[in-house]
Design a protein around this ligand. Sequence first.
Ligand code: G6P
Length: 365
Amino acid sequence: EAAQKDGYDTFMLKEIHEQPHAISETLRGRIENKERIILPELDVIKSRFKTFNKAYFIACGTAYHACLSGANILERLTGIPTSTQAASEFRYGEPIIDEKTLCIFVSQSGETADTLAALRLAKAKKATVIAVANVLGSTISREATATIYTCAGPEIAVASTKAYTTQVIVLLLLAMYIAQTLGKKSEIYRDIIKDIILLPKQIKNILKDEKIFEKYANYLKKQHDAYYIGRNLDYASVLEGALKLKEVSYIHADAYIAGELKHGPIALIEKGSVVIAVATQPHIATKTISNIQETIARGAKVILFTLSNEEAGNVDEIYYMPNINPILQAILVAVPLQLIAYYAAKLKGCDVDKPRNLAKSVTVE
Ligand code: G6P
């Protein structure tokens, strides 16, 4: 096992560090001349794209958070209305689905019971079913009409890291591919296709700051609760950041839409509360930053991830994200949030790779 860990203490840390490579592998052969996405996996369903009048994104756990970003991106790039659902809800709901519906199922293992049941329901209702999976030949990938693989390599740690970032990448490529097929290459499309190939390098640079994130984890060591806040795509990122923290450190963590703080969660903030805020989306960063000020006024300690041109005020820690297309921040900011969770768990002496009560793949309901 030590050999498999490649000199890292844990699989989780190894897998966090594998992300530049996993992302390069996932992008490999899928972008041509910085101007087109190539996904031959979708040839069989390409002719149906123009008929889609809505898209559902369905998954469990971390993959569900990747779906929240994916849905946001698909809607922005194609104008197709989207909805994201946890597979355990979708399968027992009465989703309004027919042959004009696109259903996208995301699963690292390709074996999650709820996701598989949801996929079968969507197929029975005649939707077009695309799977995004990491494990080749898995049940979900076999049963879907088309499968796009994340090329993350085997993920051993229970808490998902490299599978998540590669899922967001694949969902982004899928959205761009549908946009280009529908003749909707917008300015954002062109901007992303330029920046996307920079991601492995950008993540390498973020990983060089590992010590900084280890230091941030000290804020959480003695906490019972942690509050993550963000808006828009940053909200999906903080949901995933909070999930990582609770999974591996057992610290109760919740993620809130920053604009919803005033409708309840702010009542919980007191002297010494720790708030982790993500404000990487230029059109609403200042709004989130003003929500942060409200938590500071009540004694919170704040760790903020934002852009270098934002005026952040008196936060305790600030980390400036690289200057890149805002959609791609959904991938970049995952990495520091994973490292904060990891080091918080380490500080508490937790078994990071095998958290209590959790399984890598949940194949029974
Ligand atoms: C379990 C794992 C999570 C994972 C979820 C969905 O709960 O512990 O890390 O996100 O299942 O798994 P899947 O294989 O479908 O992505």
